[in-house]
Design a protein around this ligand. Structure first.
Ligand code: ATP
Length: 436
């Protein structure tokens, strides 16, 4: 294919911050000094065309990337970190700004989904190992040619058409994580996945193999997809392309799941406008929702397969284990605030939001979960463990029991002041048995 080349200097100067502009200009000068060629590559080039700010400065060098990174760090008073044997490094600058540096390389896959064998190469070959045409453009940074666009695969054309297109037939077999990346970019920019690429994805989903290493990269892609602005549409697209089976073969994109995901979107919107300071982990919420029909054992195995942290695994499990019973309980006609609290207190914020989405069909249950989220979980006692010690109580299980009882009484409105709480505690010291 003919490589298109035109100059984007004016666009870079217009759209890029002073800081990034200085970094890329210095990078070009350093490359020139070393007799190398340096290019701005990847997402930042794509987003330059789209007018979207992107602070991930990725530079690829035809030459020794590590030596280049060291020189660049000297010029920018930065430090080099994370050197790899693939010739990549990170230059960190003051204020935490990072520049990713890579050596232009070519990759061979000895077998599908294996890690590639890497060799130094030219920028064109480097671009050919990338995922989609829109991510496979480069801009030269050397002073004489600063701004020259290297677009060997029609990236600019596809950006204009709004299309996500793979670079070659074997792309998804070589690296199955691209199956998910296609959905992520198409949803983020509202682009279509072109028909040939869709066909390749479908073929690859029949053949794809995920070894241990790939599965962690797939997890990282899922985290990114579920953290995007509209994960529900992305999940629908994943279902159309038969991708959900890689999370678990029993996940079906049926009416029930669609409803749950729709509810989740509403619940998250409500939560963000009501309590904007709290930042629940959106990806974990959608991941949990996708697993809601699996058994606890299957969900746990799925979390472990994707190497979720213990903490995240517990959040997923808590959002499903015993939830039907809790929802039934929360639907009872008369419940005091402390009874509502008691049902929900062990759940994380993420689990609570999934539970609230599941509770959408019942107004009373939704309102009770909402009451818990907005008010009840914020209620704290004024009386402390130290107060109990002063009252002559030795720390132990009785401590916790008495404090919990006092909290429940406070939730139900019978304790207003600290004095009320102290009196309540005093009264209960004698009543509470010393064995928990
Ligand atoms: P984002 O804005 O989400 O960070 P990005 O394009 O910068 O998007 P990254 O995952 O940071 O995405 O990757 C940077 C670049 O590296 C991509 O633009 C692409 O060229 C290349 N790349 C990343 N992952 C792959 C992959 N699995 N296969 C091929 N190329 C990839």
């Amino acid at each position: 294919m003919k490589t298109r080349s035109r100059n984007l200097k004016a666009l870079i100067e217009e759209k890029t911050s002073h800081r990034v502009l200085r970094i890329v200009s210095v990078a070009g000068e350093v490359a020139q000094e070393m007799d190398y060629s340096a290019y701005l590559v990847g997402g930042v080039v794509r987003d330059l065309f789209l007018g979207v700010e992107n602070l991930d400065v990725d530079i690829t060098v035809e030459g020794d990337g590590i030596a280049f990174a060291k020189k660049l760090a000297e010029h920018l008073s930065g430090r080099v970190k994370g050197i790899t044997r693939f010739g990549t490094a990170i230059v960190t600058l003051r204020g935490g700004f990072k520049v990713d540096v890579a050596t232009a390389r070519q990759e061979y896959y000895e077998r599908p989904a294996a890690l590639p064998i890497v060799e130094a190469s030219s920028i064109r070959e480097d671009q050919f190992r990338r995922d989609f045409t829109i991510n496979a453009m480069a801009i030269k940074l050397n002073p004489g040619e600063f701004g020259k666009l290297i677009d060997s695969f029609g990236g600019e054309r596809d950006l204009k058409k709004g299309v996500v297109r793979a670079l070659h037939d074997g792309s998804f077999i070589d690296d199955p994580t691209r199956i998910f990346r296609a959905v992520r970019f198409s949803e983020r920019y509202q682009f279509k996945i072109d028909e040939w690429t869709k066909k390749l994805i479908k073929q690859a989903t029949d053949l794809a193999m995920f070894d241990e290493l790939t599965i962690e990269r797939v997890r990282d892609e899922l985290v990114l997809i579920f953290s995007e602005k509209n994960p529900v549409r992305a999940i629908k697209k994943m279902a159309e392309l038969h991708e959900l089976k890689f999370i678990h073969p029993r996940i079906k994109f049926n009416k029930q799941l669609r409803k749950l995901l729709g509810n989740l979107k509403e619940v998250l919107n409500w939560f963000r406008s009501s309590l904007p300071k709290e930042k629940p982990s959106q990806w974990l919420i959608y991941f949990s929702a996708l697993l809601h029909k699996l058994t606890v054992k299957e969900a746990r195995a799925t979390c472990q397969r994707f190497h979720l942290s213990r903490k995240d695994e517990e959040k997923v499990i808590r959002s499903k284990e015993g939830i039907s019973r809790k929802l039934r309980h929360l639907g009872k006609e008369k419940l005091s605030p402390s009874q509502i609290y008691c049902q929900l207190e062990k759940l994380s914020l993420e689990s609570l939001l999934v539970v609230m989405a599941r509770a959408r069909a019942s107004r009373i249950v939704s309102e009770r979960v909402s009451l818990y989220l907005r008010e009840l979980r914020q209620v704290k006692l004024k009386v402390t463990g130290d107060d109990l010690k002063e009252l002559g109580l030795k720390p132990g299980p009785r401590f916790a029991k008495i404090l919990k009882k006092a909290l429940y009484a406070k939730l139900d409105g019978s304790l207003k002041t600290k004095r009320d709480e102290l009196n309540y505690v005093k009264m209960n010291i004698s009543k509470t048995p010393s064995k928990a």
